[in-house]
Design a protein around this ligand. Structure first.
Ligand SMILES: NC(=O)c1ccc[n+]([C@@H]2O[C@H](COP(=O)([O-])OP(=O)(O)OC[C@H]3O[C@@H](n4cnc5c(N)ncnc54)[C@H](O)[C@@H]3O)[C@@H](O)[C@H]2O)c1
Length: 366
């Protein structure tokens, strides 16, 4: 069992351990604070797999367990699902002492966290991530929200969980594509801050060492969140690959999994970083090799104009400028501000809309 303490505006533990879900109720009840009801929020797939044991564990610990189950998929991380969840919480007469339990991937965590943050001006929530992506990234750090018709995560707020329980055993039932999507975020951590992690996952598949890999990523996220909880500086490094990735995800109508979009986004921005002189060719080569090893896309299959529009409507663009996270070498990135007029050149250098890259795997086929 590994425990990592996060000291943000609310301090909390991230606990990593095989089989942890069976004792989740006890740990949730141990948070105290007069909670009576725990609302388990989960998508239909995850609830079918893990809802029963978590619910039983919560009830065994003396809490009333209720559930809100929605149809899986990013397309349901929206205002409609958010509204229904708030109403379900109100119908259960949940009080400010009660808790929300997010059992699932990043979609569930973002949706449940946003509802917890806003129900009666904020109640506690617990994250039980069941995807690799959620374990290494979205369950820690307190970013919550839903998508709006014009872009991802456009409504949301910062609201830290009270506890994060990561049971690597649950990752064994992930479909291959979801596993690989999570590996994209792991590769991202290596690129932004740990050459050691990057080399380790380049050599040994992540699924052979889930717990130590998750541990390494959560520690990196802890450091970034503690330094910059509200994403004004250092924490933005976590957005490596996301500026172009979010735009591609949006253009795909959210059919493209987040991790695949991030992989293609990391490849594009690194490809552009070489001619701009931010990093050498060897950095790009190492990244492309690693993406290939995990069967991840290395090209964005959308045109430059559509991508430009989508990048500009994303919230990472502000005040006539776009912030790009750009690699300097494996394990180190910097934040570069590009004027919106420079964006077409970045996209072109990133190979967006270029036929030359048609030999590379892109995200269309996933
Ligand atoms: N809040 C943050 O800091 C943050 C960071 C990164 C990403 N995100 C968000 O996370 C979301 C992506 O998360 P995701 O990739 O986990 O997507 P997801 O929650 O949709 O899960 C992916 C799929 O895997 C299924 N699934 C989940 N766990 C499973 C398991 N153990 N076994 C079998 N199937 C399982 C789900 O039903 C779903 O169909 C995006 O909305 C993204 O914006 C948020």
């Amino acid at each position: 069992m590994r425990t990592i303490r996060i000291e943000a505006s609310t301090g909390y533990d991230v606990v990593i351990g095989e089989g942890l879900r069976a004792g989740s109720g006890e740990r949730i009840a141990a948070l105290g604070g007069n909670a009576r009801t725990a609302m388990i929020v989960s998508d239909d797939t995850v609830y079918g797999l893990y809802g029963g044991p978590v619910r039983e564990s919560i009830e065994r610990a003396g809490l009333v367990a209720r559930s809100f189950v929605f149809e899986h998929g990013e397309r349901n991380k929206n205002l409609a699902a958010y509204g229904k969840l708030l109403e379900a919480m109100a119908e259960e007469r949940m009080t400010r002492d009660d808790l929300v339990v997010a059992l699932g991937g990043g979609v569930t965590g973002d949706l449940a966290g946003f509802a917890a943050a806003t129900y009666r001006r904020g109640i506690r929530f617990v994250q039980i991530p069941t995807t690799l992506l959620a374990a290494v990234d979205s369950s820690v750090g307190g970013k919550t929200g839903v998508d709006l018709p014009n872009g991802k995560n456009q409504a949301g707020c910062f609201w830290q969980p009270s506890l994060v329980l990561i049971d690597p055993e649950t990752l064994r039932t992930l479909p291959d594509g979801e596993y690989r999507a999570g590996c994209a975020e792991v590769i991202k951590y290596g690129m932004i801050g740990s050459e050691e992690l990057f080399r380790a996952v380049s050599e040994t598949p992540v699924r052979e060492r889930f717990a130590p890999v998750i541990d390494a990523c959560v520690r990196m996220k802890r450091d970034l969140v503690e330094a910059d909880e509200f994403d004004r500086g250092e924490r933005m490094k976590l957005n490596f690959g996301h500026t172009f990735g979010h735009a591609a995800e949006f253009l795909s109508g959210y059919r493209l999994p987040h991790g695949f979009a991030v992989a293609a986004g990391m490849a594009a921005v690194t490809r552009a970083a070489v001619p701009y002189g931010y990093c050498g060719e060897e950095t790009l080569e190492a990244l492309l090799e690693c993406l290939e090893r995990y069967g991840l896309p290395a090209a964005i299959p959308y045109g430059a104009d559509a991508m430009r529009e989508a990048v500009l409507s994303d919230k990472k663009a502000s005040g006539g400028a776009v912030r790009l996270v750009v690699p300097e070498r494996i394990g180190s990135v910097r934040i570069v501000t590009a004027g919106t007029e420079e964006l077409p050149a970045w996209l072109a250098r990133g190979g967006v809309g270029t036929k030359d890259l048609s030999h590379l795997p892109d995200c269309k086929g996933v």
